[in-house]
Write a protein that binds this ligand. Structure first.
Ligand SMILES: Cc1cc2nc3c(=O)[nH]c(=O)nc-3n(C[C@H](O)[C@H](O)[C@H](O)COP(=O)(O)OP(=O)(O)OC[C@H]3O[C@@H](n4cnc5c(N)ncnc54)[C@H](O)[C@@H]3O)c2cc1C
Length: 374
């Protein structure tokens, strides 16, 4: 890729953008503090500080992607997307079994042939096994994998920027000081007044400190999808960035300290949304980075994108060059999916890449399968 880019002026320019930080580029391209903040805040949504070298490419990806395609939101909530996928599998004769914890990928003659669940039950595969197995635990599931690839997988870096979220049921829709148009946005960022505040937030996270400022983002999906709530009511979700290890006693302390943190977030949000009062909040649920880890083994140490989006863990090198093709060296017919694979965390339909790779190995015409599904 780099050799190809190096062959033209445009390619070399793109290469430089990729290697620089978003901050380097925004400082060079834009003068206005608000414009700079707008771009830098969006880049940081990828769970990395905008001063990290290698975040420059995020400038070309995030905002342009959102401007071009918007944000897809499932009517009825994300669970409806899962339900639609299950319906599709079942419609094609497949079966989905939930609440089974897999402990081991079964390998015979260098090929994945099934999985063993906790309790010993085995599920045999006809053609292949697909796993959302985090690189840190992959060797535990597949001790047969190439030892050098296993070592590299276990050394992948997890982000320092975790998320604490609030999910609230509201008596009435949010009223924004800035005007009603704000509520029609899917993603709302409460920007600080200076770029330096944003920089300091990520500096604090780098040192494992509780940030001195807030970088709160929020959305109120019921403004766009009324099926989520009874008539007149509303929902809201909000997030801020925190370290996985609480400075006052480690990750386990979040169980006690997440509610006081959430209360402070709500207080700060009232400066922008006056009716976010306790009378308006029917009830809220709060998840700390520790809760995220409990939600899915993909979110180890609270990294909701699996592993950090550093340039060296990006593209075909995500999570490592060995695993970047969604396959596992040393074991055939074992395929990887998950936020730690390319293109990273997010509901992108990223399993498509794995499906393409599997189809190629199994001599199935991928384009024909996709056309048939339309
Ligand atoms: C709070 C939060 C907010 C987010 N916001 C956004 C957003 O606004 N937009 C966006 O695009 N993305 C967002 N994301 C990221 C997105 O949700 C994830 O990237 C996405 O869920 C990854 O999907 P996945 O199916 O690859 O992995 P997962 O959702 O992690 O699913 C993996 C599944 O495999 C199962 N599994 C793993 N190991 C085993 C095992 N050994 N045995 C049995 N089952 C196993 C897990 O239980 C889990 O069900 C957010 C994530 C969080 C947590």
């Amino acid at each position: 890729m780099y050799a190809m880019m190096d062959q033209s002026r445009e390619g070399r320019e793109l290469m430089a953008i990729m290697l620089k930080s978003a901050y380097d580029i925004v400082l060079h391209w834009f003068r206005h503090e608000r414009v700079r903040l707008h771009f830098l805040r969006m880049v940081s949504e990828n769970l990395t500080g905008p001063e990290e070298k290698g975040t420059g490419v995020g400038l070309l990806m995030f905002l342009s992607f959102l401007e071009q395609y918007g944000i897809g939101v499932a009517v009825g909530g994300s669970g409806m997307l899962t339900k639609a996928l299950i319906d599709c599998i079942e419609d094609h004769g497949g079966k989905v079994t939930a609440n089974v914890s897999v402990e081991r990928v079964l390998v015979k003659d260098g090929r994945a042939v099934g999985v063993r669940a906790a309790g010993g039950q085995e599920f045999m595969a006809k053609e292949a096994v697909i796993g959302a197995l985090h690189p840190h635990v992959l060797p535990k599931f597949v001790p047969e994998m190439d030892p050098a690839a296993a070592r590299a997988a276990q050394q992948t870096e997890i982000t320092a920027n975790c998320v604490l979220t609030i999910h609230a049921a509201l008596n009435e829709p949010l009223k924004f000081k800035a005007g009603d148009h704000v509520g029609r946005a899917m993603m709302i960022e409460l920007l600080p007044d200076r770029v330096d505040v944003l920089r300091e937030h990520f500096d604090d996270l780098r040192y494992g400190r509780l940030p001195r400022h807030s970088l709160i983002g929020l959305g109120s999906a019921s403004n766009l999808d009324p099926t989520r709530v009874p008539p007149g009511k509303a929902i809201m979700h909000a997030w801020d960035y925190v370290p996985y290890e609480h400075p006052d006693g480690g990750a386990a302390r979040w169980d006690e300290l997440k509610i006081p943190f959430a209360e402070r977030m709500l207080e700060k949000m009232r400066a922008y949304i006056p009716n976010l009062t306790s009378a308006n909040i029917i009830k809220y649920h709060c998840d700390s980075p520790l809760d995220m880890e409990r939600t899915s083994p993909s979110f180890l140490r609270g990294d909701i994108h699996g592993v950090a989006p550093y340039l060296y863990q990006f593209g075909a090198h995500r999570p490592t060059p060995d695993l970047g093709q969604n396959t596992v060296p040393g074991v055939e017919r074992l395929y990887l999916v998950g936020p730690f694979q390319h293109p990273g965390g997010g509901v992108f339909g990223a399993g498509r890449g794995t499906a393409m790779r599997m189809c190629s190995d199994l001599k199935i015409d991928f384009d024909k399968v996709v056309k048939g599904a339309k």
